[in-house]
Design a protein around this ligand. Structure first.
Ligand code: PGA
Length: 257
């Protein structure tokens, strides 16, 4: 059985003091919830402060982005080496990066490789836009994104994939559990073709897009879905705790029975 993973993507929210306050709110309860990997991804400027608070806990830290070079004259960028000191995970190729910062599949491929090389686990985001979904092109789009993002990579190591339909992000309109399960099953099949069955079986694939405490159960009860990448709801302590707790409960129920 794959260990489920719930990652909170705080996006461009929280000052350093707000970030510390939010971590303190979730720390004690989340720390005790077992059988789910818990990851939070605050903004860069809060990583060091949050890392300090999480030091002896079971909650892991992720960044939301990075550049692919280790160092040099790239004003304003953050390197894999800098992150490797602080985090275990890094989100790569989020649709907001693709959309607002023109990140291409080629750049995302470089970032995924650089993350692995630095010992970070990339959370690679893929997903189709509304018009692509409506035109029945979901599978075509996600397979293209997958092939290009993973080009020339012979191992996936700790990579996690997040299937995030763009129309579901921040819209309050999530995919259904069945829809997400079907596409994630398709992604797993593609991985089996690209690599092998064992790699595909071991790979964790998350759903993301308007996940809340009210709908998380719909996703994590699905056989192919290994957890969620949570945006808005991860900024509310109660919601995020409930999402993690429900995931742990449903998963242990499935495992036992
Ligand atoms: P959302 O964001 O949960 O606010 O829809 C998810 C994401 O962008 O990762």
């Amino acid at each position: 059985m794959r260990t489920p993973l719930i990652a909170g993507n705080w996006k461009m929210n929280t000052t350093v003091s707000e970030a510390k306050e939010l971590v303190h709110k979730i720390l004690k309860v989340l720390d005790k919830i077992e059988n789910v990997e818990k990851v939070i991804c605050p903004p860069f400027v809060s990583l060091a402060a949050v890392a300090e608070i999480l030091k002896y806990s079971s909650i892991k830290l992720g960044a939301q982005n990075m550049y692919f070079k280790d160092k040099g004259a790239y004003t304003g960028e953050v390197s894999p080496l800098m992150l490797a000191d602080l985090c275990e995970y890094v989100i790569i190729g989020h649709s907001e990066r693709r959309q607002y910062f023109n990140e291409t599949d080629g750049l995302i491929n470089k970032k995924v490789k650089a993350a692995l090389e630095a010992g970070l686990k990339p959370i690679l985001c893929i997903g189709e836009k509304l018009e692509e979904n409506e035109a029945g092109k979901t599978e075509k789009v996600v397979s293209r994104q997958l092939y290009l993002a993973l080009a020339d990579m012979d191992r996936l190591s700790g990579t996690v994939i997040a299937y995030e339909p763009v129309w579901a992000i921040g819209s309050g309109r999530s995919a259904t559990g069945e829809q997400a399960n079907e596409t994630i099953g398709f992604i797993r099949q593609k991985i089996a073709n690209l690599y092998d069955r064992v790699t595909a079986q071991n790979l964790r694939i998350l759903y993301g897009g308007s996940v809340t405490a009210d709908n998380i159960s719909e996703f994590v009860k699905q056989i192919e879905i290994d957890g969620a990448l949570v945006g808005g709801a991860s900024l509310q302590a109660e919601q995020f705790i409930s999402i993690v707790r429900q995931t742990a409960d449903i998963r242990s129920h499935l495992a036992s029975g």
